[in-house]
Design a protein around this ligand. Structure first.
Ligand code: GTP
Ligand code: SPV
Ligand code: MN
Length: 624
């Protein structure tokens, strides 16, 4: 279906005022493509003026063509196929290495709908700002049309979107991370809602101008319009800034859909765990970026008789269902995992997953044409090419891989992928875990007394900042539900939605129980008190034995904790007194933490649900 006339965009208003001569692009949508998609694609092409428009089918041939193109353009190098079959290394521009939270905007009509934790811009004003940036921004480039499904194709819990981009790297990545192509496009008809997402690297090419390996722009806007459910991203090709199905759609826009429709879009891993008695459970866990979701999702238990299978490592959509259970799907189809710190001793499953067919971004390259990053092996190779393409030796004194370097790989390639990972009905959740990176205060594990207490634990997560976003690493910040950078509306309203969904789940049935964990508590020398990684299975064991009604718990000021001997530490080499330190509750620091929570809550004015204010009162009285 091609169109030589410029149709009006059917979704929202187009942000761009057309300036200069307009070249009409003949797009050739596959037969039967819904008119709403064709009209929108044509309208964006008329604004951005690409040389050509390609409708992606999601086929292996298409992927292969993109890979060849990227090699030719210098965006990626192919790794030595003997070591890493059909795999590629991309080196980004050194200025484009992580999500840009200060350039991420929620453009709701009303500022209070964005809330104090988001950057807000008035929608009309943002459209006016974006208009001159998007006008002609794809000149000299190809615009790719990527229809995609978040969640299994055709599942009632899945949602559809279409992303336009001028970056082949983004197409190749999205085709791994989502169900992208013709089969998703076929699901869109006149009655289907779909999310339009426009992405440009923001580097048009003049006639005859040579391209660079990683085009991007120092001006960046990652803009979301919750009312019209649109996404406009400009200037970056990295991760969540550019793979708009991920954080922009599956969290920011989806969280607003979820609020309106009565479900929850969460920054959570999903795993299936089977105990030695053969009973299986499903668990979701929310940890802030680069705090161990991939690790936990792929955990190899060190305790005998337990198995963990993977369903998702970053995002979960949670739907209360008619039978009173909470059901989860992983909307994604791949992993965009943090490379540094991933090794055989910490996450052997991830290492097995990336054996081939993987795009690595900003890791180092070995002399034999394979990849390397800090933590892959204990000893660094004697010589590497670092993530910026420079010669590197252990004496260089710099990181060979960028701390936010990542691998992009299909979920189905994971050896521990669960057989129910694509169940269109979702899996029934038995336990919800909240965690963060806390050197002090937060115990190894605490169980919430009830749903409202659990929501309080989620709402009060704080965590030390990681390299997943631009900014100061290590600084402690509030990160409620690990959603601080990802909630598409007012965070206090989001807490209210959690309370509301809880009321739909049937207590006493399979209502999920809520827990808080912390793998990152340190001793006075700054060493981790808990060995972490595979040993975290001991904490999962305690959690699931609690869920299964097999273990008592002790009532502490912060919640329910293991009784003496309740946590299995058999065979663990913990120093004398470390277990006590892992569970130590210092009333004074916790009262200070309560004061800080009160201040944090105050920034939301009267929107904070009464149930959470009540939890704060209960906490204080239990501490004193
Ligand atoms: P995003 O993809 O950014 O949302 O992050 P993620 O939560 O999936 O992060 P990931 O699992 O990739 O965590 C990365 C970092 O956490 C690595 O540096 C790991 O070494 C570290 N990590 C994971 N689990 C543990 C643990 O149990 N203990 C310690 N000390 N570090 C851990
Ligand atoms: C995160 O930062 O939480 C990620 C990586 O999962 S990105 O997709 O870049 O957001
Ligand atoms: Mn994430």
């Amino acid at each position: 279906m091609s169109s030589a006339t410029l149709s009006k965009p059917s979704l929202g208003q187009s942000p761009a005022i057309r300036t200069g001569p307009i070249r009409v692009i003949a797009t050739s949508a596959p037969q039967g493509t819904d008119e709403s998609v064709v009209a929108w694609v044509d309208s964006i092409a008329a604004i951005t003026v690409p040389d050509q428009v390609i409708w992606c089918d999601g086929s292996p041939q298409e992927w292969d063509g993109l890979a060849r193109l990227m090699v030719t353009q210098g965006t990626v190098v192919q790794l030595n196929p003997e070591h890493r079959p059909y795999s590629f290394l991309a080196r980004s521009d050194p200025s484009d290495v992580a999500r840009v939270e200060d350039r991420t905007f929620i453009c709701s009509e009303d500022e209070t709908d964005a809330g104090p934790t988001n950057n807000w811009a008035e929608p009309a004003q943002m459209r006016a700002t974006l208009a001159p940036l998007f006008a002609g921004c794809m000149r000299g480039r190809t615009m790719y049309v990527m229809p995609f499904s978040m969640g299994p194709l055709g599942s009632p819990l899945s949602r559809l979107g279409v992303q336009l981009t001028d970056s082949p790297y983004v197409v190749a990545s999205m085709s791994v991370m989502t169900r992208m192509g013709t089969s998703a496009l076929k699901l869109i008809d006149a009655a289907t809602a779909w999310v339009p997402a426009v992405h440009s690297v923001g580097k048009p090419l003049a006639e005859g101008e040579a391209d660079v390996a990683w085009p991007c722009n120092t001006t960046k806007y990652i803009s979301h319009f919750p009312q019209t459910r649109e996404i406009w991203s400009y200037g970056s090709a990295y991760g969540g800034n550019a793979l708009l199905a991920k954080k922009s759609f599956a969290l920011r826009i989806a969280s607003t859909m979820a609020r309106d429709e009565g479900w929850m879009a969460e920054h959570m891993l999903i795993l299936k765990i089977t105990n030695p008695r053969g009973k299986a459970f499903h668990v979701v866990a929310a940890f802030p970026s680069a705090c161990g979701k991939t690790n936990l999702a792929m955990l190899k238990p060190t305790i005998p008789g337990w198995t963990v299978e993977t369903i998702g490592d970053d995002i979960a959509w949670l739907h209360p269902s008619a039978d009173g259970t909470l059901r989860a799907i992983n909307p994604e189809a791949g992993f965009f995992g943090v490379a540094p710190g991933t090794g055989v001793s910490t996450n052997a499953t991830a290492i097995e997953t990336v054996w081939g067919n993987t795009i690595f971004t900003n890791v180092a390259m070995r002399d034999d044409g394979d990849v390397w990053w800090e933590g892959l092996t204990d000893k660094a190779p004697d010589h590497l090419i670092d993530w910026q393409g420079n010669e590197w030796t252990p004496a260089s004194g710099t990181k060979a891989a960028h701390p936010n370097s990542r691998f992009t790989v299909a979920a189905k390639q994971c050896p521990s992928i669960s057989d129910d990972w694509e169940d269109p009905k979702g899996v029934v959740i038995d336990a919800i875990i909240f965690g963060g990176r806390r050197a002090t205060n937060v115990p190894l594990v605490v169980e919430a007394r009830d749903w409202e207490h659990g929501v309080y634990l989620g709402a009060t997560i704080s965590s030390e900042k990681t390299a997943a976003a631009e900014g100061t690493v290590g600084e402690l910040r509030r990160d409620p539900f690990a959603m601080l950078p990802f909630c598409g509306y007012n965070m206090a309203d989001y807490w209210a939605n959690w309370l509301k969904v809880g009321q739909q789940l049937r207590p006493g049935g399979r209502m999920p129980r809520i827990f808080q964990v912390n793998w990152f508590r340190k001793d006075e020398n700054g060493d981790f008190l808990w060995p972490g990684f595979g040993e975290n299975s001991r904490v999962l064991e305690w959690i699931l034995e609690r869920v299964d009604g097999k273990l008592p718990a002790a009532d502490g000021p912060l919640g329910l904790v293991p009784t003496a001997g309740g946590l299995n530490v058999e065979g663990l080499d913990l120093a004398e007194g470390d277990l006590e330190k892992l569970f130590e509750v210092d009333a004074e620091s916790w009262l200070a933490e309560a004061d800080s929570t009160e201040e944090f809550f105050a920034t939301f004015g009267d929107k904070v649900p009464a149930a959470l204010l009540n939890q704060l009162t209960v906490l204080r009285s239990r501490l004193s």
